[in-house]
Design a protein around this ligand. Structure first.
Ligand SMILES: Cc1ncc(C[n+]2csc(CCOP(=O)(O)OP(=O)(O)O)c2C)c(N)n1
Ligand SMILES: [Mg+2]
Length: 284
């Protein structure tokens, strides 16, 4: 069976409730196409989210799903993966969910290299709660909670992921569906923590920061000669303020948390006392 024929097998039949023109429809299509291409059985996939418009995605897909609480998608996903390492775990959420209330979890899943694929839907606004600024809203933006302009500088999620130690970091764009699908496939195949920042407008509350026409004009693909193992070169590309580079910035192989747990289990078992007497004597 071809990937396009498998596409519907991954849809739950629940219709998305996002606004007309929302970029998230394109992300949902790219993700489901990635699942169909990888041909993973739905019972081996788990989608975990927090709270927000982006976090509604697990309802629309026929995999295991967990619509968690605001900012807690990553620790829930780490728990799921640790309890059942055979599952392929994908985390979805917004910029508010992952970088404001949930911002304290991001560095730790990245440095520990937990084997998850995290899709951060960056619309630079709190969409669900109707237009408050988020950590990625740009300086001086006027929003419902910054009527005289936002005084804070925006976070760059992809650059942050590189610095936190994520072992696969990419940036995609919701209207470039095939390109995004390929980034997701590569991220899901990568063993370790994969982070994909997805630029997407919020058709109701932020079409300025994430203006689709401007991003189309400003974007270019990551150069074929870019060395994805060069962390500093990756950081430079992710932080370029003149042009938006879409593609893979960084990819490296190092043991995942699951690999390290296996090694610790082996060490603990090798040291295990075989008799109660020997164990008691250790404490005498
Ligand atoms: C503990 C807690 N605080 C605040 C909220 C209210 N709340 C719901 S969604 C949200 C922000 C969503 O923004 P984002 O994560 O960027 O997702 P988007 O809706 O833009 O996809 C907030 C503040 C909540 N549900 N729980
Ligand atoms: Mg948002």
């Amino acid at each position: 069976m071809e990937a396009q024929d498998r596409f519907c097998e991954y849809l739950s039949g629940v219709s998305p409730v996002w606004c007309p023109g929302c970029g998230y429809y394109g992300i949902l299509a790219a993700l489901v196409e990635a699942f169909a291409e990888l041909n993973l059985p739905t019972k081996e996939l788990a989608l975990i989210s927090g709270i927000g418009c982006a976090s509604r995605l697990p309802y629309f897909v026929k995999t295991y799903g967990f619509h968690g609480i605001h900012g807690r998608a990553l620790p829930i996903a780490q728990g799921v993966k640790t309890a059942n390492p055979d599952l392929t775990v994908v985390v979805v959420g917004g910029d508010g969910d992952g970088l404001a209330i949930g911002g304290g979890h991001f560095p730790h899943v990245a440095r520990n290299n937990v084997d998850l694929t995290y899709l951060l839907f960056n619309n630079a606004i709190y969409g669900m709660t109707k237009g408050q600024f988020s950590p990625t809203t740009s300086l001086f933006s006027t929003t419902k909670t910054s009527p005289f302009g936002l005084p804070g500088d925006a976070i760059n999620p992809a650059a942050l992921a590189i610095m936190y130690g994520a072992s696969y970091v990419a940036r995609g764009f919701s209207v470039k569906k095939e390109h995004l699908r390929d980034l997701i496939i590569q991220g899901m195949r990568h063993p370790g923590f994969s982070f994909i920042e997805i630029l997407t407008s919020c058709s109701s509350f932020n079409t300025i920061d994430m203006n689709v026409a401007r991003i189309i004009k400003d974007q270019t693909l990551v150069d074929k000669d870019h060395d994805t193992e060069d962390r500093m070169a990756a950081l430079r590309l992710a932080s370029d303020e003149k042009q938006i580079h879409l593609g893979v910035y960084y990819q490296s192989r190092r043991p995942s948390l699951e690999d390290k747990f296996k090694e610790m289990q082996r060490l603990a078992q090798a040291k295990r006392e075989t008799s109660l007497d020997a164990l008691v004597k250790r404490y005498l």
